[in-house]
Write a protein that binds this ligand. Structure first.
Ligand SMILES: N[C@@H](CCC(=O)N[C@@H](CS)C(=O)NCC(=O)O)C(=O)O
Length: 200
């Protein structure tokens, strides 16, 4: 398989962490690219020009980080990223994580293209309020320190999104304002899969 990615995409990082957690990293060639520079190979694989894009052994290109994660879970069922016993809970958390990622990532990209004043726009303010509401909800839902023995797609998505916030929008200062969430995040990101894929 081949995975198109870069080192700063939260979506690409999520798929890489899933590969590592499932012991599939050796089966994939990492194709580092710049999606913003219309990388020719990436455009050939994924006409949307977005990463992550995974080319399967059969030559099918998959896009969308969550769909790629579901596919990888089917390629190698153990350890499961979407355990059947608590599927709804894991998907619920994965959705919160992906929404936080989307709000943070769109804020970063909007600033890059239109300047920081874009934060004051109607959409910029909606994104900012969404980030605050999501953080509040996560604070309420992620009380217990996660088990070091297992991890699921919901936990991965949330921890990557929180890391991305700290990386790109440090002024949100979610750690200082949510020590409990910080403790949860520290436990998850101590895993080798997170250390190996840290944002740079
Ligand atoms: N919903 C997609 C989002 C993917 C995405 O937005 N990727 C960004 C990099 S972080 C990208 O490739 N952007 C290039 C572009 O939009 O042209 C996913 O979950 O995979």
């Amino acid at each position: 398989m081949e995975l198109y990615l870069n080192a700063t995409s939260p979506y690409a990082r999520l798929t890489r962490i899933v590969l590592l957690e499932k012991g599939l990293a050796e089966t994939v060639t990492l194709k580092w690219c710049d999606p913003w520079a219309d990388d020719a190979e990436l455009l050939k694989a994924n006409p949307a020009g977005r990463i992550p894009a995974l080319v399967t052994e059969e030559g099918a290109t998959l896009s969308e980080s969550m769909l790629i994660a579901v596919y990888l879970d089917s390629v190698s069922p153990n350890p499961p990223m979407l355990p059947a016993a608590n599927m709804a809970e894991v998907m619920h958390l994965a959705g919160l994580g992906q929404n936080l990622m989307d709000a943070a990532f769109t804020t970063v990209i909007a600033r890059k293209h239109y300047g920081n004043a874009i934060d004051e726009s109607e959409l910029g303010q909606r994104r900012s309020r969404a980030i605050q509401r999501l953080l509040n909800q996560l604070k309420g839902e992620l009380g217990e320190t996660p088990q070091p023995s297992t991890i699921n797609l919901g936990e991965i998505a949330i921890a990557v999104a929180l890391d991305y916030l700290a990386f790109r929008l440090p002024e949100v200062s979610w750690k200082e304002e949510n020590p409990q969430l910080q403790e949860w995040h520290l436990a998850v990101t101590a895993r080798a899969s997170f250390q190996e894929t840290a944002f740079v």
